[in-house]
Design a protein around this ligand. Structure first.
Ligand SMILES: [Zn+2]
Length: 171
């Protein structure tokens, strides 16, 4: 189902809603259309193009920032789509401290890896295998990351997401 990116009045990305829900917000003058989608809705009186990006008229305060959901897509985006050990295209998730050794499934313990490195590392720690990480894994920061995890972003969203933390993998 096509979705619409919702921006706060400040242009900060807030999330995604269905195109029809977005249209209702626009018709109720709670939001304005910033980018149009390819979907044209026909009705008795004519036709209207559904929005790809809308911006809320009034600023909405978000009191609590939810953690960025850990997904394969978001993880690959964080690590630039590459294996952190050999820079080959990422195809799997590696737990830095293996799960079998008590490593947890969180942003601080997962990295993008290729199958070869993942298989080679197996259930060993980095110290045991003599590998090093260039940067310590951590939770990505920025509003755009919440949206990255929700599905395939529309190409028209990219320029609105980029200033808010999603440098990689938005395509
Ligand atoms: Zn690799």
């Amino acid at each position: 189902m096509p979705q619409t990116l919702v921006l706060n009045a400040t242009y900060e990305p807030l999330g995604v809603v269905s195109e029809r829900r977005a249209l209702i917000l626009v018709l109720n003058q709670r939001a304005t259309t910033i980018e149009e989608s390819d979907t044209v809705l026909h009705y008795s009186g004519g036709a209207i193009t559904l929005p790809a990006v809308i911006k809320l008229v009034k600023f909405v305060r978000i009191p609590y920032r939810h953690a960025v959901p850990l997904s394969r897509r978001a993880l690959f985006a964080r690590d630039g789509g590459r294996c952190v050990y050999c820079a080959a295209p990422a195809t799997s998730i590696d737990h830095v401290i293996p799960r079998s050794r008590g490593g947890s499934h969180n942003w601080e313990n997962v990295v993008s890896a290729c199958h070869k490195c993942n298989h080679q590392k197996a259930d060993r720690t980095l110290k045991e295998i003599g590998w090093k990480l260039k940067t310590l894994p951590r939770e990505p920061a920025g509003a755009a990351w919440r949206i990255l995890g929700t599905g395939k972003p529309d190409t028209r969203w990219i320029s609105y997401l980029r200033p808010f933390g999603a440098e990689h993998g938005v395509a």
